[in-house]
Design a protein around this ligand. Structure first.
Ligand SMILES: Nc1ncnc2c1ncn2[C@@H]1O[C@H](COP(=O)(O)OP(=O)(O)OP(=O)(O)O)[C@@H](O)[C@H]1O
Ligand SMILES: [Mg+2]
Ligand SMILES: [Zn+2]
Length: 308
């Protein structure tokens, strides 16, 4: 029987025990077989409530900080020193875990750095999204991380633009040229994915030893329009003062503001064009239900046509 890996979501001709490629499980969990989750959605929501305020990973959706207990081969809740973030499904928004895993896989296919991530069944059989923390080393030590709401010192995470993030990177990143290109490609892809909730707290700098501060891997990437059809704006951070009806021109102007070369921009756009069919296949083969896949494909094609 054909089975699908819950991390990379590629289908495999051979049966995948636990629905994970051993290499995908090793990459995410450090073992060829994914850990069991000894709790269900209800427990996650209750535990998440208790954790509010104690965790460094706040955010709107309920989530848990967990570790992989290798001896018991289970995930365990960890108030401190968690190496993973677990986001359960919610009643309010349909299929968020499947949506986020898919978008992160498409981002990876475009060459955007993302932390290891995957879906994992909870004890009640529902799938949760699990992502490895990029601000923690295996020994539990912490890397400095600052999000752009803190860095730009604003009270409103929606009060920002790609230009403002770029201006900060120009002077504060230890690898400004690389980070500006990374930011440009994220702006393009987030637009194409209808990731309309990419606000200032969803961009961070992380301090890598010896290298210094640089843009962190991407996180919280999902198609918000699928779950919020009434969403007013296509992008919540503006591009050239615009949040809607963006076209390739707006992105070209953005690239000029960033100081990218025409060659860099051409390469980013060519790679985006090459991603198109692969991304469409990933959406079609995802675990979203048929109506959501259909809507995702429509949105994706419409947005890609505007920027390519
Ligand atoms: N892989 C990761 N490694 C380290 N920190 C992370 C990671 N993913 C998320 N975070 C941190 O945790 C916070 C909350 O995570 P995330 O943005 O995924 O949750 P959310 O509740 O969906 O957020 P939002 O408030 O944007 O809806 C992020 O703002 C970021 O600071
Ligand atoms: Mg977030
Ligand atoms: Zn896999």
């Amino acid at each position: 029987m054909k089975s699908v890996c819950l991390s990379c979501q590629e289908s495999s001709e051979i049966d995948l025990p636990w629905n994970y490629h051993p290499r995908c499980s090793r990459n995410l969990f450090g073992s060829p077989r994914p850990p069991r989750v000894p709790f269900g959605t209800v427990d996650v929501v209750a535990e998440a409530q208790k954790m509010v305020g104690k965790m460094s990973i706040s955010g709107v959706q309920p989530k848990l900080s967990v570790i992989h207990d290798h001896k018991r081969h289970e995930l365990a809740v960890a108030e401190r020193g968690g190496l993973y973030i677990l986001k359960p499904p919610t009643e309010r928004f349909e299929s968020l875990p499947e949506n986020e895993n898919l978008c992160m896989n498409i981002a990876a296919a475009y060459g955007i750095e993302v932390p290891p991530h995957g879906l994992l069944p909870l004890s009640d059989g529902t799938l949760a999204y699990v992502v490895k923390r990029f601000d923690r080393l295996e020994d539990g030590s912490k890397l400095q991380q600052e999000d752009f709401q803190q860095l730009l010192q604003t009270d409103d995470k929606y009060d920002g633009s790609y230009e403002k993030i770029a201006n900060f990177l120009k002077t504060q990143s230890s690898v400004p040229g690389l980070d500006l290109l990374r930011l440009f490609e994220r702006a393009l892809l987030f637009y194409a994915l209808a990731n309309g909730d990419a606000h200032l707290k969803n961009f961070s700098l992380v301090k890598k030893e010896e290298v210094g501060y640089q843009l962190s891997p991407a996180y919280d990437v999902l198609n918000s329009r699928l779950v919020l059809p009434e969403e007013k704006e296509d992008m919540c951070l503006s591009v050239g003062g615009k949040r809607n009806r963006l076209t390739q021109k707006d992105f070209l102007r953005l690239s000029e503001h960033f100081g990218l070369t025409r060659k860099q921009v051409d390469t980013s756009l060519t790679r985006l064009n090459e991603l198109k069919s692969a991304a469409e296949r990933m959406i079609e083969e995802s675990l979203l239900k048929v109506s959501l896949k259909k809507r995702f494909l429509e949105l994706f094609r419409e947005r890609m046509a505007r920027i390519l």
